[in-house]
Structures are given as structure tokens and as C-alpha cells.
Design a protein around this ligand. Structure first.
Ligand code: SF4
Length: 309
């Protein structure tokens, strides 16, 4: 199978079915350095929008990808960083729409929604999935650790504004972290903040993969239930995951192609290999352990693997 640089998947997404990812930004180019980020600390902090990769190259690759005739439900503009930093995002959305009839989704951390131009560019997406992890400046600084002088209030007002202007599906996500915002008082405050945002769905998430900072802990099932009761959303945990799969033939390469974008824990890898009837599972774990490009993180009593190139 052909190697792709900007396009990946399809991968099962708990919110969207089979998703083809389009990544228009370099790894960890982000205007946040979230304490829960599963990619570790941000080493390319920037708030400067740029055409990191030529739009025509991304589109050419997408056309090539379509020739492979994979089945998918949605195209998601995402990245191991913040996709709204791509300065030709608006054009990318419009051009992708010419190439496929499937919905185009954009995942964003919301930071640039204070920028009128970014809001305008997002208008043509069918689904926008913004996140709002904080309900005040203190938590914003602690959890999202934004670039330079980005202020919570301007990000929040940008999101409120966007939610009123946008005609597509807005699926908002909030992150609940143990001992930070999972108590009743914080959840009520979050609810007040959400009251001004117009969204079609609300997803409640909690860090399940190894975070950038050790103090970040997954909220308990009870806290998530409390959050669902107070905020009225759906817990991402409650959604069914269809498990991982890959079109790459070689088992080891298939795992690398997934963990390059999405860390997998040992149980997920085992289940994935079993589903492919792999006969040398232990050998694959040994290779992962000895591969200098693979980082093994022990978290919550088991290993999670991610590719660091
Ligand atoms: S979680 Fe997303 S927004 Fe936060 S640092 Fe990581 S890539 Fe950036």
C-alpha cells in the first residue's frame, strides 16, 4: 500500500464512525501545551498561522488516497497539534468537499476562534468539534498552558460567537480531570459557562492515555456520571469503540502506522493483533520494546506505546 504523509486511516472514531484523518500541520505545532496531552509537552509552540505544507500537496495526496477505495464515513481535519494554525484551512475544507461527498469535520482546541478569519474559514465544515477544558483563567493556564498572551476570556468569547454564527453541527467537548474540575461546584460553574454556547452535542472526556504531566489523573466513573447529570452530555467512555484496524499488511508496520497518530495500550495492541490472527504477538511486543522510535509509557499499571517520529 502507498505511504501517505498527510492522510491517515480510516480509523474508528467513537464519535464519528470510520474517519479518514487529514493532518495539515507538523507534529506538535500547537498554541497550547495541555497538561493532559497524549503527545507529551508541546515543543513547537506557536500561534502563527502558516501553510506548513503546500495545500496542493495535501490535496494531491487525498486524491491518491481516494483511489485506494477504502470505506469511510467522515473526513476529519485533525493533527498532532492544532489544525486551525493551518493558514489555508478554509480552502482545504472547500477543496476536500469537491473531492468527496462525505462530511468534513474539524477538531480544534478553540484557541483561535477569537480570530474572525478562522471562524469564517470553519463555516464550510459540516461538523466542528471544539474543546473547552477550562471555565476560568486559572484552570485555563493550568490545563491548556496557552501560547504567549492568549487569554481565557477571548477564547471563550470566540467560541460563543462562533457557536452563534455556525450553521453546521457543533459538537463540543469538555475535559474532566480528577481533583481539578470533577467536583459538584466546578461542574455547576462549567454548566454556567456552557449556557452561552450553542451546540448540538456535548461530549464529556477524561484523560485515559498517559498525559504530558503526571499530576493529571483520570476522573472516576462516579465523577463522570455526576458530570453527565449536571452538564447533560454524553461521556465519550460510554460510546462503543470498534477497535483499531489498519489496511497495512505487515502486523508490525500496521501498529507503527496507528501509534504514529494515536497511542495504543498493550491490551489494544493484543486485541488488534488477535483480530488479524497474528501468530507472533510476543515477538511484536519485543520489537516494540527495542524500537528506539517507540516510546513505552507505564501508566495506570500497564504500558502504552507511541511513535516519536
Ligand atoms: S491536547 Fe491538543 S491542543 Fe492540547 S497540546 Fe495536545 S495537541 Fe495541543
Amino acid at each position: 500500500m502507498k505511504e501517505f504523509k498527510y492522510i491517515f486511516g480510516p480509523v474508528p472514531s467513537r464519535r464519528m464512525g470510520l474517519s479518514v484523518g487529514v493532518s495539515p500541520i507538523p507534529r506538535k505545532a500547537c498554541n497550547y501545551s495541555c497538561a493532559y496531552c497524549q503527545l507529551g509537552r508541546t515543543d513547537r509552540m506557536t500561534n502563527q498561522r502558516s501553510e506548513f505544507f503546500k495545500l496542493s500537496d495535501i490535496l494531491d495526496e487525498f486524491k491518491e488516497y481516494l483511489k485506494e477505495q477504502f470505506k469511510f464515513d467522515v473526513v476529519t481535519i485533525v493533527g498532532e497539534g492544532e489544525p486551525t494554525l493551518y493558514s489555508k484551512l478554509g480552502e482545504l475544507i472547500l477543496e476536500l468537499k469537491k473531492l468527496t461527498s462525505k462530511p468534513i469535520a474539524v477538531i480544534t482546541n478553540s484557541a483561535l476562534l477569537y480570530d474572525k478569519e478562522v471562524r469564517k474559514e470553519l463555516m464550510n465544515a459540516d461538523i466542528v468539534l471544539p474543546s473547552l477544558d477550562a471555565h476560568n483563567e486559572n484552570i485555563f493556564k493550568k490545563v491548556n498552558r496557552p501560547y504567549g498572551k492568549i487569554k481565557y476570556e477571548e477564547v471563550y468569547q470566540g467560541l460563543v460567537e462562533f457557536s452563534k454564527e455556525y450553521k453546521g453541527e457543533l459538537w463540543l467537548e469538555v475535559m474532566i480531570i480528577k481533583d481539578l474540575n470533577d467536583d459538584e461546584k466546578s461542574l455547576i460553574e462549567i454548566k454556567e459557562v456552557l449556557n452561552n454556547i450553542k451546540y448540538s452535542r456535548l461530549y464529556i472526556n477524561t484523560p485515559v492515555r498517559p498525559p504530558a504531566e503526571e499530576w493529571v489523573k483520570q476522573a472516576s466513573k462516579q465523577s463522570i456520571e455526576l458530570a453527565v447529570n449536571i452538564l447533560g452530555g454524553i461521556s465519550i467512555d460510554m460510546l462503543d469503540s470498534e477497535g483499531f484496524f489498519s489496511e497495512v499488511e505487515d502486523d508490525y508496520e500496521a501498529i507503527l502506522s496507528i501509534i504514529r497518530r494515536h497511542p495504543m495500550n498493550q491490551y489494544e495492541i493484543r486485541k488488534f493483533l488477535e483480530s488479524r490472527k497474528c501468530s507472533n504477538i510476543e515477538e511484536i511486543f519485543t520489537r516494540l520494546k527495542n524500537d528506539n522510535n517507540v516510546q513505552t509509557v507505564e501508566y495506570k499499571g500497564y504500558n502504552t506505546y507511541r511513535l516519536n517520529i
